[in-house]
Design a protein around this ligand. Sequence first.
Ligand code: A2P
Length: 316
Amino acid sequence: MKNITFQNGDQMPLLGLGTWKSEEGELYKAIREAIHIGYRHFDCAARYENEAEVGQALSDAIQAGDVQREDLWITSKLWNNKHKKEDVGIGLSDTLKDLQIDYIDLFLMHWPIALPPHIIFPANGSEFLSLDEVPLSETWQAMEKFVDDGSCKNIGVSNFSISKIKAMDDYARLPPACNQVEMHPMLQQQDLVDFCQQKNIAMTAYSPLGSLDRPARLKKEAEPMLLEHPVIDEIAKRRDCTPAQVLISWSIHRGVAVIPKSTNPKRLKENFAAQDVPLAQEDMDAIAQLDKGFRFIDGTFWTVEGSPYTLQELWD
Ligand code: A2P
């Protein structure tokens, strides 16, 4: 298994299993199966509202002797309504309890967006807190304390732009260990990858297959079909692999961790095998041409009328 080495020497497997959108009941079986296949990196979040099911599967796998805790890499994310300094610890302890673990390998700030504690997802523009009311520095500094007490091995961010990471220089005692963002051939973000790699900030790509199972409210009309793109398909045929494997292998070749979601045993296996799919420079060059700066998860749900957030500031 290929790893990415963090600033503190910790090693995160470059290929992990995404758990967003996994159906209740399916997820438990998928995690147990994934561990048998060889997955050791699991990407979770409080917001996915399924960490208890992940935790039960991990705990049962450890009990059964399938894997040991220290061989697992578990990532989770602090939801937006736990950004106030007094709430960060509550978010972390809920996650640790649900996942049935006493430390997390990587804890990320899920979005640079703050919500009041009683709002899980805003229904209108009045159900937000602005970054003046709860600055990112307040949330980050509260997260740093949980590295000090050992409950987080690493902390990082998600959906952060270059400029938001640069701004952390002014307030971060600990630099972010990782930035997790949407990334695939139609949203390559090469400048962000270069910036993070140069600063030794690991990157993880979410929605690497285009997240076709997103709820309809997160879909736009006429979205590009990543898995059916003729260039990806042609490379897959030539390399005797599947389009999904090309997409996963492309990320690994860039040194960017990747967390395709599946609950289907056949696809779990297929995706895991992608780390052994070789891509030549000519394949990487052909894929480099596909960038459109296209976001499947474009963040418009944070910019409803009356919200203190704008898309321009979000992706600045
Ligand atoms: P399923 O869970 O039924 O396998 P993303 O990782 O970008 O969020 O994409 C997840 C979506 O891609 C899910 O609908 C998942 O369905 C599907 N998927 C996962 N692996 C593959 C694969 N190897 N080939 C085609 N679709 C896949």
